[in-house]
Design a binder for this molecule. Structure first.
Ligand code: DLL
Length: 444
């Protein structure tokens, strides 16, 4: 049986069955699991018990999914304040794995998994890969970092669980990545989209034509990337680029993934209950409306999360997906509520800059935003690499491109930005999450 589903692109993986549950059944399952996880959090985690008591929100008061709004939110600082093990709901004897995510400041946050949690994580990653059309016989190069970061091991277990062949190469050493990709006949790669762009570029320099390789799918996530970026990736490598989403606090990668339709990310809502709230008031917003994404883990044992505020901004897509999955979709995450910066009173998100830059021909998908303060005034410089042809062309064409980009940025953002065209390779390449904004204002 198992052999048949998993050897062909159209095959159905049994692990994907919950993707297609009738909605009523899914809601029943979610409610039962929600009641269980809230009870577990209340009984085993002091912080959750105190917060629920303060609000008079008892676990046995949860009669419907809508009652979830009575529960308190959890935020990132709660994980820092209880560092390292304060939110664990299982004794350490039952914890088989720890991961951690480094924040921008201070101590990392630590998360725990029981064996059951690892099994759930593996299953959502199997479902993720299956949704991208991967199956047994695929050779998956896993270039997410192995270690405390969840990307490496999360994708690794998922690829093995799928029955595929996994190459645990981890991030970095681009020349070796390209050699392996070519020599081992890799059919799918997992890494951040920015790192894959770097690999495309490096392959070109090494004389390897990615388009002629068997590589056909990329499972890209861990950082925001636009549709414009996807088009560049797909055009330059002849692969299909899928968006995968997840976060350490909830499980790691595998919270949501695109299917073949590539129109929004299906959320594995039988395990992660999504809500969208108004980030200012905390009130739920209707499907289709943009707001902050909040998750409650429905089956986590070692470290349940109740109404965790991700700071990621998106909307639930109300329409059914063409693929037939019943689990809901969210729009791609273009921004976080905390990656916005303010320039002369105007709110700017890096993703807006990316979309504007890539809309203009002659740019390369490598850019950085540098913020500075001169004489008390905020300045924004957008550095973008341009093709060698443009760069070696007459000064005139550089000026023309610069003018086009300035105009595009101004109409998109509503403010003027300095545009600096730089030669290929000027901007630092990342092996993991790209750093798009350098804010020098605080240092001045
Ligand atoms: O980045 C887990 C992951 C690994 C996801 C591999 C996908 C692939 P953290 O380091 O905790 O976990 O970072 C989580 O990264 O809240 C988002 O802001 C951002 N993020 C993750 N995936 C996407 C995505 C991993 N597909 C934070 N699009 C999240 C946009 C993403 N942002």
């Amino acid at each position: 049986m198992i052999e048949q589903w998993n050897d062909s692109p159209g095959g159905f993986h049994p692990a994907s069955a919950p993707d297609y549950l009738p909605v009523e059944q899914l809601r029943d399952l979610q409610l039962r699991r929600l009641q269980g996880v809230v009870r577990r959090a209340y009984d085993h985690v002091a912080l959750f018990r105190r917060r629920m008591d303060e609000r008079g929100a008892r676990p046995d008061g949860l009669k419907s999914l809508a009652d979830i709004t009575r529960m308190p939110f959890t935020v990132k600082t709660d994980l820092r304040d209880t560092y390292p093990f304060g939110l664990f709901a299982s004794p350490i004897q039952e914890v088989v794995r720890l991961h951690a995510s480094s924040g921008t400041t201070g101590k990392p946050i630590v998360v725990a998994y029981t064996q059951e949690d690892i099994n759930v994580w593996t299953s959502v990653m199997v479902r993720s890969f299956a949704a991208c059309g991967l199956h047994r016989g695929d050779i998956i190069q896993n270039a997410y970092g192995y270690g405390l970061f969840t990307g490496g091991l999360g994708a690794h277990y998922g690829a093995e669980g799928l029955g595929a062949t996994v190459i645990p190469i981890s991030g970095g050493n681009s020349d070796r990545q390209i050699m392996v990709m070519k020599d081992f006949g890799v059919t799918a790669i997992c890494c951040t989209p920015s790192y894959f762009l770097h690999l495309i570029e490096r392959a070109g320099e090494l004389g390897v034509d990615m388009k002629s390789l068997p590589l056909r799918a990329g499972v890209f996530g861990a950082e925001p990337w636009t549709d414009a970026m996807r088009r560049r990736i797909e055009a330059e490598s002849s692969i299909k680029a899928y968006d995968i989403y997840g976060l350490t606090e909830i499980i790691g990668p595998g919270v949501g993934i695109e299917c073949a339709e590539q129109s929004g990310l299906h959320l594995f809502e039988d395990h992660f209950y999504p809500e969208i709230i108004d980030p200012d008031t905390g009130a739920p917003v209707p499907d289709g409306t943009e707001g902050e994404l909040v998750f409650t883990t429905l089956s986590k044992k070692a470290m349940p999360m109740i109404r965790y505020r991700t700071r990621d901004i998106t909307a639930i897509i109300p329409e059914k997906c063409q693929c037939g999955r019943t689990i809901r979709r969210m729009r791609r995450i273009g921004r976080r509520s905390d990656d916005m910066f303010i320039i002369r009173g105007v709110n700017v998100f890096p993703s807006q800059v990316e979309a504007a830059l890539l809309a203009v021909e002659g740019t390369l998908p490598h850019y950085q935003i540098v913020l500075a303060r001169e004489k008390g005034l905020d300045q924004m410089e957008v550095q973008v690499e341009v093709t060698t042809e443009v760069f070696s062309d007459k000064v005139r064409s550089l000026e023309l491109l610069q003018g086009q980009l300035s105009h595009k940025l101004e109409t998109t953002l509503g403010i003027r930005a300095e545009v600096r065209l730089v030669e290929p390779h000027t901007i630092e390449r990342s092996q993991g999450k790209a750093k798009r904004v350098i804010d020098n204002r605080k240092m001045q």
